[in-house]
Write a protein that binds this ligand. Structure first.
Ligand SMILES: N[C@@H](CCC(=O)N[C@@H](CS)C(=O)NCC(=O)O)C(=O)O
Length: 211
């Protein structure tokens, strides 16, 4: 398998899922802003949509969309407990989280990531995103992970997104960072996820690749 990945982006979640499940994939680095591969080739030659993550299977099949790629990988290793079995209520709870993270958090960050272009829209978008994080903080009360005792692909996804809110460049350039200091459950969850050996391996590899 091959994973098209941009360091520091949402595709970090897929790197975490690979590490947690022990599945192997060659990582192909993409510059997601310039849409270029390391050898200077256009990423649009690989993906018409131009975004990461993208998974290429050994038979040449491509799989798009982070939450779908993450489920595909987790389903290859059910013993990892990263995704409950299909057809169970717990699976629908996972889908609930993935859909929420995609539409309410991932895309909720877009105006903050493009704060200059977004202009006054930030005044609406930022409190909305903050309220989503407040809600997540409440859901984590008494739970080590989003779904309870098991670390799932939803945690991997949220970890990649939470990293953006904590990024110092968002504070220094646009004052667009999210203040997590009062979210005690979320802080504890973040540290718990960050300290997992698989996540540490991903973070070290990202430092080497350069974000
Ligand atoms: N719907 C896609 C969105 C992925 C996405 O937004 N990827 C960003 C990085 S976090 C990207 O590659 N952006 C470059 C672009 O859109 O041109 C998914 O969930 O996988």
């Amino acid at each position: 398998m091959k994973l098209y990945h941009a360091p520091g982006s949402c595709s970090q979640a897929i790197c975490i899922v690979l590490q947690e499940t022990g599945l192997n994939a060659d990582i192909v680095k993409v510059d997601a802003r310039k849409h270029l591969l390391d050898d200077g080739a256009s990423y649009y030659e690989v993906s018409e949509l131009g975004y990461v993550p993208l998974l290429e299977l050994d038979d040449g099949t491509f799989l798009r969309e982070g939450p779908v790629i993450a489920q595909y990988l987790a389903d290859q290793r059910p013993e990892s407990s990263m995704a409950p079995a299909h057809g169970t209520m717990e699976r629908y709870r996972l889908l609930e989280w993935l859909n929420f993270l995609t539409s309410e958090v991932h895309k909720g960050f877009i105006p903050l990531l493009y704060a200059v272009a977004a202009g006054k829209y930030i005044d609406t978008a930022k409190p909305k995103l903050e309220s989503r994080f407040e809600w997540i903080n409440r859901q984590l009360d008494g739970k080590p992970y989003l779904m309870g005792k098991n670390f799932t692909i939803a945690d991997a996804y949220l970890f990649a997104l939470t990293g953006w809110g904590k990024a110092t460049w968002m504070t220094s350039v646009y004052n667009a960072n999210i203040d997590f200091s009062t979210h005690r459950n979320l802080q504890a969850w973040y540290e718990r996820v960050r300290d997992r050996p698989a996540v540490q391996r991903v973070l070290s590899a990202e430092r080497l690749r350069g974000s």
